[in-house]
Design a protein. Sequence first.
Length: 281
Amino acid sequence: MDLPNGQKFELHCHSHYSRGTKIPCEGISSPRDIVRAARKKGLAGLALTDHDTNRGWEEAAEEAERMGLVFIPGIEISTKGGHVLGLGLSGGIKPGISVDETIDRIHEQSGIAIAAHPFNIRGWGCRYDMKKADAVEAFNSMCIDRVSNAFTERLAKRLGMPSVAATDAHSKEMVGAATTEMYAHDADSVLREIVKKRTVLNRGYMPMNILVDWAKTRMSVSYDDVMSYIKSNYWQPKAWISEALMHKFLFSRRRWGYNALAKFGASCSVVYGGIKMLTYL
C-alpha cells in the first residue's frame, strides 16, 4: 500500500476495551468506529492502545485494511512506575511490572516503547524514567493543564529524545486532535521514523464540549457502579452531595453551564500543574 509522504498518524487512542476503576466505562467507542473516525479526519493510520489489553486489535486491523489505513498494534501498559505505550507489538504485555522490564518485553516483540504523558498531573506517567524509553509523548491532548506538556517537551529536547504528539482519545470524536506527521507507509516505517526523530508534532488540545460529552457518557453507562462506590466510600454529607451533583450533571439540559465549569476546572489545573511541576525541578 503506497501512501503520500508527510501523512498524519494517531498514536494513542482507546476503544471500549479500556476500563477505568472508579468509573468502569473509560473508552466509549468500538475499535471499528475509532478507525472510521481516523479515516474521516484524513489520517493515514493509527495505533490502538487500550489499557493493558489487545482485545480490540483484530477488529481495528480488519477495519483499517478495509479503509486503506495503516494499523499499528499497541497497548498502554500500566507499569509499577507509570504508563508506557508499546507500539508494533505482536501480543500482550503483563501489567504491574517495572518500567525497565516492560520496555524489555516490548523490545522482545520488536516494538518500541514510548513514555506516555510522563508528567501527567494525576501521577500516571513514568516521569524521569521516560529517558529509558525509545521515545516520549511530548504532547498529549488530554493534559489540559498544559504545563505538563511544556515541561515534558523541554525535557525531551534537552535529552535529545525522539518525540511524538498524540490525542489519548477515549471516543471517536476525540480522534486526531493531536497527531504525529511523518513519511511512513506501514507500521514498521512508522516505528522507524519515530526512532530516527523524523517526525512533526501537530498539537491540539481537546475541546471542552467533547470532554463534557465523554464524561457524561462515562457516568451514564457506569451509573450503578458510581452510585455504589459513593455509598460504600463516602460519609455523609459528602455522599448525598456527590449523588445530587451527579444527578444534576446527568439530567440537566443546561449544557453551557457545564462547559463553563469545565473551562474553569481547566484553568485551575494550569495553576495546580505549575505547582506540581515545581516539585520535579
